[in-house]
Design a protein around this ligand. Structure first.
Ligand SMILES: Nc1ncnc2c1ncn2[C@@H]1O[C@H](COP(=O)(O)OP(=O)(O)OP(=O)(O)O)[C@@H](O)[C@H]1O
Ligand SMILES: [Mg+2]
Length: 221
């Protein structure tokens, strides 16, 4: 979609099998600053696995994954983890919030892990943007599924990462809050010149992104 030098995230000729089933073969993908791509596809087609490959949480069987032009294969696990913290904002399908931390502390956690000064105002602003201005003190167990999902979105944006990967980030939200969450993701990525890859089952959501790709039978089309 863009010139090679501008790629924030690229997959070259990537193949992956899980449990003896081949999910992708020779997959190519690239995305640059301020671009957004929706990934659609049937349940089980491999969308979450694809996002995990993009996030460097799974290694491809063949091919390459590059962040900002750098091949993940060349990085040690420690370097990969630190780069992930800075480069990737990830909203998982299951939100993986820390149960013992409150919402505000969950949003701030990546800043702590990166050894950065924790900007409480910025974390509170993100919580406000996702429609949770007064829930910062609540622990995940005291929040609804949709509220937890929105905390996870705020957490993914707190480091202002160049690449945002979101797996069904509006799956548990009513129409109004889904629109709000999508708007926050799209606007934050625009402002930060970030790339957004978003998995969704909703055509309506997908059509609000720049490009729509369907994952089926191991190919993105
Ligand atoms: N660790 C694993 N070991 C073996 N098979 C796996 C593993 N993880 C996922 N799979 C299988 O790989 C396929 C793709 O799974 P994946 O979670 O990527 O699908 P998906 O497109 O995200 O589905 P959904 O829309 O339901 O979230 C599925 O058939 C799944 O059962
Ligand atoms: Mg999935």
């Amino acid at each position: 979609m863009n010139s090679v030098s501008e790629n924030l995230l690229a997959l070259h000729n990537t193949s992956k099998s899980l449990g003896g089933v081949r999910l992708f073969t020779g997959l190519d993908f690239s995305i640059g600053p301020r671009e957004s791509v929706a990934i659609l596809g049937e349940s089980g087609s491999g969308k979450s696995t694809l996002l995990h490959l993009m996030a460097g949480l799974e290694r491809p069987d063949q091919g390459e994954v590059l962040w900002l032009g750098q091949n993940l294969q060349t990085m040690s696990d420690d370097v990969l983890a630190m780069r992930r913290l800075h480069n990737i904002g990830l909203v998982f399908q299951a939100y993986y919030l820390m149960p013992h931390l409150n919402a505000q502390q969950n949003v701030e956690l990546p800043l702590l892990l990166a050894g950065q000064k924790v900007d409480h105002g910025w974390a509170a602003h993100l919580l406000e943007q996702v429609g949770l201005p007064d829930k910062g003190h609540r622990k995940p167990g005291e929040l609804s599924g949709g509220e937890q999902q929105r905390v996870a979105i705020a957490r993914a944006l707190v480091m202002k990462p160049p690449i945002v990967l979101a797996d069904e980030p509006t799956g548990n939200l009513d129409e109004k809050n889904a629109e709000i969450a999508l708007e926050v993701l799209l606007e934050s990525c625009q402002q930060a010149r970030a790339a957004l890859v978003l998995v969704t089952h909703s055509q309506h959501i997908a059509l609000q992104l720049d490009q729509q790709l369907n994952l089926a039978h191991g190919s993105l089309t």
